[in-house]
Write a protein that binds this ligand. Structure first.
Ligand SMILES: NC(=O)c1ccc[n+]([C@@H]2O[C@H](COP(=O)([O-])OP(=O)(O)OC[C@H]3O[C@@H](n4cnc5c(N)ncnc54)[C@H](OP(=O)(O)O)[C@@H]3O)[C@@H](O)[C@H]2O)c1
Length: 416
């Protein structure tokens, strides 16, 4: 059963999975930024009382006074007791397809808002199908993908489209997101999530079809039918004048951006196209890098899909659950994303999104924390109703402001 040192307190936020690799970074951020100041009332939660206590000790100062709750991901009664005490639950307990459903079910039943870091489209689709009606009825705002996938992509497109609508009177019909520069690593939790999707997809034809559908997360009546390019190998791109290669996060980000368009009543247009890729250079070296990256990603995907190589990857090559980039790797990490939008009249508009710290951990932890606080403190229940939202459709410019003020991100329109 959950234990709270302050049962009567109503929290803004509970960090569930505070002892995960990314949860610890997030908790450190919350502690450094908000501490016990009273600006934010918050608690930490997880399955192990001892690990939570160790985390409090690591945080130092009077962090032992932070309220603590203990709940296993499968224990609905304990999850219910936790959710009843807070406006928003942050969950980093993943792979979500393995552990995430009971918490979503409980939040949807009680009307508790929820944010997470899943990048698992098949799980989001299943949760939508099962719990969207109940979220609408209870008023729970469920917001998946509040980390590197998919906040910079989703809010970057949103920011560019708002500019296009204001300056050109029409949205960009095609937006290309290109990763100009990035430095970061992967954690065991992320690897476990990727491996789980690969394993499920290898066994299930319908899932493979779902994963290949760019509109997989859109409402059933979306009506979008525009051809979406799904880049599988390197190529030279005239519009940007560079070689490009596939970007591993495109599989989730593109689905989220299309769902945003659907939820914003097709503000980006009926025929909106969106794709993502990595820049690899302008010359023959760029071409060689692009081909190496395409082949490397293809080999990794194949390795993850086949049981013997998946076993090798999981046990000997990739980080294990709880492991991830070192503190100095997190500090040195960064990303620089470029957005190229073309309107129907042929105008080219550009935007840039950057982040400090490594994308998947240092930056993700700050984005997730600020998303939760945005829901708890900035977006009233009568302003945005219950349901399954995307970051851009629920937060819009409000979160962009928070991320620029607090979380080391920048969003700029480029006029060169
Ligand atoms: N979208 C993004 O940009 C992004 C970036 C990073 C991570 N992620 C995702 O975030 C998730 C966490 O990643 P990570 O590397 O931090 O993972 P991790 O270190 O492996 O942590 C997993 C967490 O789940 C908890 N857990 C496992 N089984 C549980 C149960 N039955 N009841 C309660 N808690 C349970 C673990 O508890 P203990 O601590 O007690 O072991 C741990 O806190 C993964 O799904 C990953 O894919 C996404």
């Amino acid at each position: 059963m959950p234990e709270s040192q302050s049962q009567s307190q109503h929290f803004d936020v509970v960090v569930y999975g505070a002892t995960s690799f990314v949860g610890q970074i997030l908790t450190r951020y919350m502690w450094n930024e908000y501490g016990n100041s009273g600006k934010v009332s918050w608690a930490i939660a997880g399955r192990s009382k001892q690990k939570l206590r160790d985390l409090q000790i690591k945080l130092g100062g009077d962090a032992l006074e932070l309220p603590v709750m203990v709940a296993d991901a499968a224990d609905k009664a304990a999850l219910k007791e936790m959710c009843e005490q807070t406006k928003v639950v942050i969950s980093t307990v993943g792979p979500y397809a393995l552990y995430g459903e009971p918490l979503v079910e409980v939040c949807c039943e009680l009307g508790t808002d929820y944010v997470d870091l899943t990048g698992e489209p098949q799980w989001i689709r299943a949760m939508l199908d099962k719990y969207e009606d109940s979220a609408r009825q209870s008023g729970a705002r469920i917001v998946n993908c509040c980390g590197f996938d998919s906040i910079p992509s989703d809010l970057g497109v949103y920011h560019l489209q708002q500019y296009a609508l204001q300056s050109e009177g029409e949205p960009c019909q095609h937006v290309r997101m290109r990763v100009k520069a990035i430095r970061g690593g992967a954690s065991g939790g992320t690897v476990a999530s990727l491996m789980n999707v690969a394993k499920q997809a290898a066994e299930d034809k319908n899932l493979r079809r779902l994963l290949a559908n760019p509109y997989a997360l859109c409402p059933a009546d979306h009506g979008f039918a525009t051809y979406q390019e799904n880049l599988k190998k390197a190529k030279f791109e005239d519009i940007t004048g560079r070689w490009i290669a596939p970007f591993v996060m495109a599989a989730i980000n593109t689905r989220i951006v299309h769902r945003t368009n659907a939820l914003l009543e097709k503000e980006y247009g009926e025929r909106f196209q969106y794709d993502e890729a990595m820049f690899t250079g302008k010359d023959m070296q760029g071409a060689a890098r692009g081909w190496m990256m395409s082949l490397g990603l293809g080999a990794f995907m194949l390795g993850a899909a086949l049981p013997p190589t998946r076993w090798l990857l999981e046990n000997y090559i990739m980080p294990k659950p709880g492991e991830g980039p070192s503190e100095s790797q997190q500090e040195k990490g960064f990303y620089d994303l470029r957005f190229y939008g073309t309107t129907q009249k042929g105008k080219l508009l550009k935007a840039k999104v950057t982040g400090d710290r490594d994308p998947g951990y240092g930056s993700t932890a700050k984005m997730l924390a600020e998303s939760a606080l945005c829901l708890a403190q900035d977006i009233a229940k009568d302003q945005v109703k219950g349901g399954f939202w995307t970051p851009a459709s629920v937060f819009g410019e409000t979160l962009i402001t928070r991320l620029q003020d607090k979380a080391g991100l920048t969003f700029d329109i480029l006029h060169d």
